[in-house]
Each structure stands twice: as C-alpha cells, then as structure tokens.
Design a protein around this ligand. Structure first.
Ligand SMILES: [Zn+2]
Length: 105
C-alpha cells in the first residue's frame, strides 16, 4: 500500500493494530477554518477497509490512496486516482472493529 501521508499505528477494540493516516486521527485545522467537519477514523469494516465518519456519514476509504469513493462514468472510482474500486466503497459502511481514541491526560 503506497503511503502518501504520515501514518500512525493504532489499536482497535479487538486488539488488532492498523496504520491510519494521521490526518484522520486529529482534527484538521484547515477544515476547521472552513467551518466543516474533517473525516475521523472510526474503525475497520468487515472487509478490512478503513472507515471514517464525517458529517454524520460513515464510509470506507480506498486502499490505494486512503481517499473516499466517487461515482463516475465508469462506476465507483477512487476520488484521488480515479482507479476503479470495490463498489462497496460507494455506499455507507459499518464498522466491524471499532477504534476509540485514547484519552491523553
Ligand atoms: Zn486511489
């Protein structure tokens, strides 16, 4: 999996460890400045996709770019590289293994 941004390894409810882009773990100030909620990592789906929550929606990220899906002329594609991806990523996705942010004192 190509890593285009910094990742941090986090531990999920099951004890599984997964590398997640840092931008999905911390509120992105650029989003805050624009007054919009930034996507936050909430866990892994049954299929092993990273699932994020944003604006009340929960969706999986592409394995190629950690990006969201986009409906295009040729079906469901990765928003970042326009490669064809699993159509499942085009819809809402449930979390099978949840991530709870650690509370730092
Ligand atoms: Zn991609």
């Amino acid at each position: 999996m190509p890593h285009t941004s910094d990742h941090r390894t986090v531990t999920l409810a099951s004890g599984a460890r997964v590398a997640v882009p840092v931008r999905l773990l911390e509120a992105d100030p650029e989003y805050a400045d624009l007054g919009i909620e930034s996507p936050r990592f909430v866990g892994l789906s049954d299929e092993g996709y990273l699932v994020v929550q944003c604006d009340g929606l929960q969706y999986g990220l592409t394995t190629c770019c950690d990006a969201s899906a986009k409906g295009g002329e040729h079906g469901i594609v990765c928003r970042a590289c326009y490669r064809e991806i699993d159509p499942l990523l085009g819809g809402p996705m449930d979390v099978a293994d949840a991530y709870t942010p650690e509370v730092t004192a």
